[in-house]
Design a protein around this ligand. Structure first.
Ligand code: ITT
Length: 184
């Protein structure tokens, strides 16, 4: 079986391929540059994006929208994670939390699948905390500053398989895989 993952982010695609290959499903990347609307929730962004992809691609596909929600900043940057990363990066986030004791944060991933008939959402969440400094060279984006709970290493200090076992995206992808298994 071949499934299309619409994303411009090669890291995401590799993480998904790594998990799917273990399940015997081949993934194809389509970088269609789908429009990411600014909305108050990842769910809204994903639903808008998949409707656009459905029209464009006319075959079963999925997209994924992710964001990091920092407790002491009332969930900021959340759905604005991409914009904030491009503007202030990890150093900017560390600065915002400079004097903060509470460093709890949650990474969320929302997958929207269009299977030709309807749209399904699969959600994954990982709680953790923001490190005091960037650590590690693996992964991408906020990985060097995010430490998943019950751990003392950031995602950037882990290999892809280990990150997949703990991450928001690993969890939403796992639900997507199970959706296909149940339909077999
Ligand atoms: P798409 O083409 O799939 O939309 P994207 O890079 O635009 O890829 P998102 O909008 O989902 O991805 O991501 C929002 C921001 O959060 C962006 O700056 C990412 O680098 C970052 N991010 C997403 N997933 C991450 C992860 O697993 N680890 C670290 N940072 C992540």
């Amino acid at each position: 079986m071949v499934l299309v993952f619409v994303t411009g982010n090669g890291h995401k695609f590799q993480e998904a391929s790594c998990l799917f290959s273990q399940m015997g499903i081949d993934l194809e990347q389509a970088d269609l540059g789908y429009p990411e609307v600014q909305a108050d929730s990842l769910e809204e962004v994903a639903e808008f994006g998949i409707a656009w992809c459905k029209e464009k691609l006319k075959k079963p596909c999925f997209i994924e929208d992710a964001g990091i929600f920092i407790d002491v900043l009332n969930g900021f940057p959340g759905p604005y994670s991409k914009y904030v990363f491009q503007r202030i990066g990890n150093q900017g986030i560390l600065k915002l939390l400079d004097d903060k004791m509470n460093r709890q944060a949650t990474f969320r991933s929302v997958i929207a699948l269009q299977d030709g008939l309807s749209t399904h959402l699969f959600i994954g969440e990982t709680k953790g905390r923001i490190a005091h400094e960037a650590m590690g060279t693996g992964g991408f984006g906020y990985d060097p500053i995010f430490i998943p709970e019950k751990n003392d290493r950031t995602f950037a200090q882990m290999g892809m398989e280990e990150k997949n076992q703990l991450s928001h995206r690993g969890k939403s992808l796992y639900k997507l895989v199970n959706h296909f298994k149940e339909r077999k």
